[in-house]
Design a protein around this ligand. Sequence first.
Ligand code: SF4
Ligand code: SF4
Length: 336
Amino acid sequence: MGNALFEIDEKVYRRYDWRKQLFCRTDMDPSFEHYKQEVYERMEEYLKENKEGYERIDYALNMAAWKLYEMFKHIPRDELHNMGIFHSGDNLPPYEVEDPKEMSKIIKKVASFFGASLTGIARINEKWIYSNDCQGNPIDVKDYKYVIVMAIEMNPEPMGSSPSVTTACSTAIGYAKLSFLAIHVAQFIRYLGYKAIESINDTGLSIPMAIEAGLGKLGRIGLLVTPQFGSRVQLCKVFTDLPLEPDNPQGSGILDACKKCKLCAIACEVGAISFDDEPSFKVQSPTNNPGVKKWYINPEKCYNFWYENTTDCSTCIEACPYSRVKKKNPHEFWGL
Ligand code: SF4
Ligand code: SF4
């Protein structure tokens, strides 16, 4: 099941409990130092400094770009499935799939129509499905067989001035695009009479699924590195029982070039990325999920920096040569 792509210590590896993830902990874990704190909390202080890339127009654009994703997150899934004039085509018999290979081509076309830059298909590997959601409810996708993993290219235009708020607009609008993409691809499948669950960061680990779907490899940076856009991508996925033919990537799922290149680790000013030459089983924080050989990053160090910075950061993505991002100052984006 694609496990040759990763070296896994089966005695150690367990499905990831999503309650360990930092965004869940900000909501649910009173012991977490950023419990109930918002990354934007210190925005007013920053605004007084009038610093380039942290001005009112930057924050306004950033928060506007998050809007659709924020709405998507709060729509109950059942409601989402029943939206639309055909009520999911429930009363029609399922579309007959004679050739799963052809159906895969159709799905990739549909994904591209709705904005995917890259699409791959893998058999669901239960290892990558979270054991629990944020509230501690067990997650079970046994009725689903395949995962369609879609990447969108992050808009390079505001990038190049990380960690500014201007650059962070690229991440925010990316989440809006993922919401749009995942909803529509899942809905297409439901109209064919099959099951579909749309997912962004919830339900399972997108990166190993993307690697098993042939979209790229795991870099030192802790992100998917694609041949087309480097790590300058964001991921969503749809779980389904629609008959499909999975992609079949070969070789290691770890990017070999990262053994020599350490540009992302050098660029990260809080030391969240490993400098080790070789990937290993050595975890960096309680948020990590042990048992896979890779370069573990330290998400706490990263998140603390985001909190100080009042927004997320893409400095490591910009530093990766595969991302091909040109350095610029925030005013260049605005043409000021
Ligand atoms: S996002 Fe920023 S803080 Fe986090 S690992 Fe990358 S460079 Fe470091
Ligand atoms: S910057 Fe270099 S080490 Fe980091 S992910 Fe990209 S290729 Fe790998």
